[in-house]
Design a protein around this ligand. Structure first.
Ligand code: SF4
Length: 320
């Protein structure tokens, strides 16, 4: 049984001019010990998928269909309080903005130890010992001297590392990390990525790694889901998606992977731009930009179809 199973997840935003469908029947799984990368342009629905899984959609956004299962149990329909407890103990979250996660009034040592005491029931001294260990592992220099400092006494990059320690210290089964390393410099990025990989290997932690940086995915993930306009365009093992992309959108995206010598920050833009939510094209959402579109593409929306070692939502892979 996969650790996380997302089935046909649909998220809608009602507006005065009608209902916008921001996620349209998203499905994927993550096994224990696996890193699933989720990649796509901004606005494709990557972050929204993470937020919807943990039940933190901002109103008026709502889950309009589908299911989210953790260890085989549905969590999308739980009462808020129950879900909050699961978020703390079973799911660790690393969001882009550390200030939304850290409490400015408490020292970081207190935030770490309280988290571990709440979720792991550790005695004071042990919690403090582990808090120091976590600060060390995420690369906070002189952790023993900094543990009693407040969030504002750390630089932005260090705060992000504290957030990562906070998300991991309760030893969650699943970590959802949204651009966890984007604000960090390259050597710290590598350190955090190594840490996430160690966790998956040593503790069987599952990681959903959301990023626009295909280079980070290539180094870290086992499988990758490519999102486009609120849909999964392609999903499969990283090496296969990179070398034998089956969806024309993924092909364009992969042409943009930064080589180590010429690291570039952003994905290369494919001609045209992703449609706005209030102007989603009929049929395949990619058809107005697709160099290989044919008649069926404008009329019928493809679901994921087997395409070699990956699955792609593309009519080129329909047989019959
Ligand atoms: Fe292109 Fe058609 Fe495939 Fe969509 S379904 S990606 S338009 S070939």
């Amino acid at each position: 049984m996969p650790l996380l199973e997302v089935r046909d997840l649909t998220v809608e935003f009602p507006t005065r001019r009608g209902v916008l469908r921001a996620l349209d029947r998203i499905s994927f799984t993550i096994e224990a010990g696996e890193v699933l990368g989720v990649v796509g342009e901004s606005g494709a629905g990557k972050s929204l998928t993470g937020v919807a899984i943990v039940g933190l959609l901002e109103r008026p956004g709502r889950i309009a269909g589908g299911e989210v299962l953790l260890d085989g149990l549905r969590i999308d329909n739980l009462p808020a309080e129950k879900l909050r407890r699961i978020r703390g103990r079973r799911i660790g979250m690393i969001f882009q903005d550390p200030l939304t996660t850290l409490n400015p009034l408490y020292t970081i040592g207190r935030q770490l130890t309280e988290t571990m005491q709440t979720h792991l029931g550790l005695p004071d001294a042990e919690a403090r010992r582990r808090a120091l260990g976590w600060l060390d592992r995420v690369g906070i220099p002189a952790a023993a001297q900094r543990i009693d400092a407040y969030p504002h006494e750390f630089s932005g990059g260090q705060r992000q590392r504290v957030v990562i320690a906070l998300a991991l210290c309760a030893e969650p089964a699943l970590v959802i990390a949204d651009e966890p390393t984007t604000a960090l410099d390259v050597s710290i990025q590598a350190q955090i990525i190594t840490l996430l990989k160690e966790l998956t290997r040593d503790h069987g932690t599952a990681v959903m790694l959301i990023t626009h940086d295909m280079g980070v995915i290539a180094e870290t993930a086992d499988r990758v889901a490519v999102m486009y306009a609120g849909r999964v365009a392609e999903i499969g093992p990283v090496a296969d998606v990179i070398r034998h992309a089956a969806h024309p959108y993924t092909e364009g995206l992969m042409a943009s992977i930064p080589s180590l010598e010429h690291r570039v920050e952003r994905l290369r833009q494919i001609d045209g731009s992703m449609p706005r939510l209030d102007a989603v094209p009929s049929g395949c959402r990619f058809h107005p930009r697709c160099p290989r579109a044919f008649a069926r593409c404008a009329n019928e929306q493809p679901d994921l179809l087997a395409a070699g070692a990956t699955s792609a939502a593309c009519w080129l892979h329909a047989h019959g």
